[in-house]
Design a protein around this ligand. Structure first.
Ligand code: FES
Ligand SMILES: [Fe+2]
Length: 329
């Protein structure tokens, strides 16, 4: 029998799709700082003005093409180019050519600004493959985010794969016993789609913490493929809020940031356990990252009846991608 040869570089090319994608975190972008991020092979320069406003722009200067992310400077609310020091205000408009007494006023004397939002510690920009305006806002549902939360921890990972695979991971209940050592298969109580939103509720009673049987539930909402909140209830007493951003940098490469908060009670013992649980979930995610580092994307996976509604996530992601094309037509 002939065995077909598989090219190890042969990752399928999934098209990029519209979403709010995080570019950095609020903590990492201080007043006066500039950073550069990549989304679907496109660079975007993000900066915070001295008053605290965040702006996102195309990286190259319309004068002679210098890159604002390499030596640009924030001057108050303005950004100065590193090459000839032309200065642009926070609406992107050219306001000063320092060695000339006139300033070009054509429509080209303006930086291209991206839509930017700062939400729950993440800085998000709107990306559409055809450059269209936002079709939704990155608003997380009140029932998941309300509460008296601690300050968050944040961790960023470079992951091999596609953004929708991080959505899939939650309802891929079959990997919980092997990767996360759950001794019972979680039950999918909800996996619903509404336009750009995918919501899931996973529930299990398992000896997950190796001390005693404990009920754990995850209710998560993904607002597009790039931004999500998950409220995790562990037993009767502990709750965590995981707000995450996942950004496709290049084909098959995702930049993910997880922020975790715990519900505060003011009781030191309770909060100490909550901090332990926070670290526990951070470490647990590394087990997924290690698998993703070497897996491939199987477009038409062979599934068992107990695998969870993986096709539902794929259909939702495909619809988002196809609605991009319809909007652009
Ligand atoms: S290239 Fe930016 S000021 Fe000249
Ligand atoms: Fe996982």
């Amino acid at each position: 029998m002939m065995i077909p040869l598989t090219d190890i570089t042969d990752q399928p090319l999934l098209p990029p799709m519209q979403s709010w994608y995080h570019v950095t975190t609020s903590r990492q972008l201080k007043k006066g700082q500039i950073t550069t991020a990549t989304i679907c092979n496109k660079e975007v320069v993000v900066y915070r003005t001295e008053s605290g406003n965040v702006r996102a722009i195309d990286p190259h200067c319309p004068h002679l093409g210098a890159h604002f992310g390499h030596g640009g400077k924030i001057k108050g609310e303005n950004i100065e180019c590193p090459f000839h020091a032309w200065t642009f205000n926070d609406e992107g408009k050219l306001i000063d050519v320092p060695y000339s007494d006139t300033t070009p006023t054509s429509t080209r004397a303006c930086l291209t600004q991206w839509h930017v939002r700062e939400k729950h510690g993440l800085i998000l920009v709107w990306f559409h493959p055809k450059g269209l305006e936002p079709s939704f806002e990155p608003d997380l549902p009140q029932d998941l985010i309300e509460g008296n939360w601690s300050k968050h921890t944040e961790n960023t990972y470079q992951i091999e794969g596609y953004v929708q695979e991080l959505v899939e991971n939650l309802i891929d209940v079959g990997h919980f016993p092997k990767i996360h050592q759950y001794d019972k298969l979680p039950e999918v109580k909800e996996a619903s789609v509404k336009d750009h939103i995918f919501r899931a509720h996973i529930h299990t009673v398992a000896n997950r913490l190796r001390f005693f049987e404990i009920e754990t539930s995850f209710i998560a909402e993904f607002v597009g493929c790039g931004f999500s909140a998950a409220r995790v209830r562990i037993g009767k007493h502990w709750q965590l809020l995981v707000i995450a951003g996942s950004t496709p940098k290049r084909t098959g490469e995702v930049h993910t940031t997880f922020t975790i908060r715990y519900l505060k009670t003011g009781n030191w013992f309770h909060d100490m356990i909550s901090r332990y649980l926070t670290r526990f979930f951070e470490d647990d995610f590394l087990n997924d990252v290690n698998i993703w580092a070497n897996k491939t994307y199987v477009e038409n996976p062979l599934l068992s009846k107990d695998d969870g509604p993986i096709h539902k996530v794929r259909k939702w992601a495909k619809n988002l991608e196809q609605s991009d094309r319809q909007q652009a037509a």
